[in-house]
Design a protein around this ligand. Sequence first.
Ligand code: ZN
Length: 157
Amino acid sequence: MAIRKICRVGDPVLRQKAEPVVKVSQKIKDLLADMAATMYAAPGVGLAAPQIGVNKRVIVVDVGDGLLELVNPVIVKQSGRVTATEGCLSVPGLVGDVTRAYEVVVRALDKKGRQVEITATDLLARALQHEIDHLDGILFIDKAENIREAAEEKEGE
Ligand code: ZN
C-alpha cells in the first residue's frame, strides 16, 4: 500500500475518459488500496483513479460511513436536485456550488469482482457523482457556480 501523488488540474489524465476494468485483478486490488491510503492521507472523502494518473474506471469514497471501493461504477437511477459546496483534491484551494442529484443508485463491481448496487443520498450521493464525473474527464469546476477560494470549509474529493 502506498500513498500516490495526486494529479492537479492541467494534467491531461484528468480530462481523459477512463477505461473500463476488464477483470478485478490483484493489480486493481492494489490500486484500490493505494487509492484509499491516498484519500485518507490527503485527507479527502473520495478519489478517482485518474487523480493518481491511472486511466481506469475505479473510485473510492468514504464520507464517514465506511469505505466504498468501486470498479466500473455507473449511475443507473437518480432523483432530486440539491446544491452544495464542493472541492476537489485535484483543484486545491478552490470550492464552488454544484447542483447534483440528491439520490442516486450506483451499480459497480466490488473488489472481489461481485456486482453491487448502492443507493445513496445527500453527501454520499454527491461524492459518488463527483468521482464518477472524474472517470469521464469532468471536474467540479466545469459545473460549479460561485467558484471561490476555499476557506477550509470543505474537504476535497
Ligand atoms: Zn475531485
